[in-house]
Design a protein around this ligand. Structure first.
Ligand code: ZN
Ligand code: ZN
Length: 295
């Protein structure tokens, strides 16, 4: 966890003491995301990016499956020990019955149906399991963004993340030039966006796009919503963008805007903006290498 994300999480905990269980889970993710071992799953950055296709779209990841399994067990454990009643059902996650590769793939690709069915099969609270499982690949995604961010095509104008295909967590209107960027809450990515365009359905008719400015929050925040698809994105005017590791926390810290948007009938789309087709292959981990030497 970086010092600034640590401070941000502590601030949130003071502001919303009732969120402490969930913040414990987020802290675990942010700490793991700093581990450079995840970067070893990626080959060299792709030389160029096809239009509309996220860099991860059909990547083959070479992962230390044992280490990935240990990480997902640790995160689930942090969740059920956190004290939130719904998350306590996650103590029933039997990792032996969950294939690490399948779980990682479903979480990476935001495959809600797979996670939903797995939760029912293991008799877990569906919402709690989905929320925690979707965080499992975040350290891997942040490592991917660190390695590959320089390969993002400058011409990228899609509403979803050019690295991992997720929908944006929020928009930033940066600096005196007021350039608009979208930010990914999963990999921390950042990409320039077209102004006055709905990131979800591409609507450009200004009669269909509304900007809601909440009473509280000042002139630096707004909810940009689309009357056609009923999607919305929070927008912050800022001098500098959030650090990649802080996007997830800054998204959480502005939950008041999400509540205001929901009350107005707008929502964020579920699932991914682009369906990834990832292949995961096993890279022998340290323990496996020792075992094979002994044979
Ligand atoms: Zn992303
Ligand atoms: Zn729209």
């Amino acid at each position: 966890m970086t010092p600034s994300s640590n401070t941000a999480v502590l601030d949130l905990g003071r502001q919303y003491p009732e969120w402490q269980p969930w913040l414990t889970v987020i802290e675990e993710v942010l700490r793991e995301a700093q581990d450079s071992q995840w970067e070893a799953s990626f080959a060299e950055a792709p030389e160029s990016q096809e239009s509309k296709v996220p860099l991860l779209a059909s990547a083959t990841l070479s992962m230390d499956i044992t280490a990935a399994g240990r990480w997902s067990e640790r995160l689930v454990q942090a969740a059920y020990r956190s004290g939130a009643p719904k998350m306590s059902t996650l103590s029933g996650v039997q990792h032996k019955r969950l294939n690490t590769v399948d779980l990682f793939k479903a979480s990476l690709c935001q495959n809600g149906k797979w996670l939903h069915d797995a939760a029912l099969e293991l008799d877990l609270d569906v919402d709690a399991f989905q929320a925690v499982a979707l965080l499992i690949p975040v350290p891997l995604l942040q490592a991917c963004s660190r390695r590959w961010a320089s390969s993002i095509a400058e011409s990228w104008t899609e509403g979803y993340c050019p690295v991992c295909g997720a929908w944006p967590a929020f928009a930033e209107v940066r600096g005196i030039e007021r350039k608009r960027y979208l930010r990914c809450g999963r990999c921390g990515g950042s990409w320039q966006a077209q102004c006055l365009t709905c990131p979800y359905c591409g609507m450009t008719d200004h009669e269909e796009l509304v900007s809601l400015v909440p009473e509280k929050g000042g002139s630096n925040v707004a909810i940009d919503a689309c009357k056609r698809c009923l999607g919305y994105v929070k927008a912050f005017t800022t001098l500098q963008g959030s650090a990649p590791a802080n996007v997830m926390v800054d998204d959480l810290a502005s939950v008041d805007l999400d509540i205001a948007a929901l009350e107005q009938g707008y929502r964020r789309p579920e699932g991914a903006g682009y369906s990834l087709d990832i292949k995961i292959i096993s890279k022998p981990g340290f323990s496996e290498r020792i075992l094979s030497w002994r044979r």
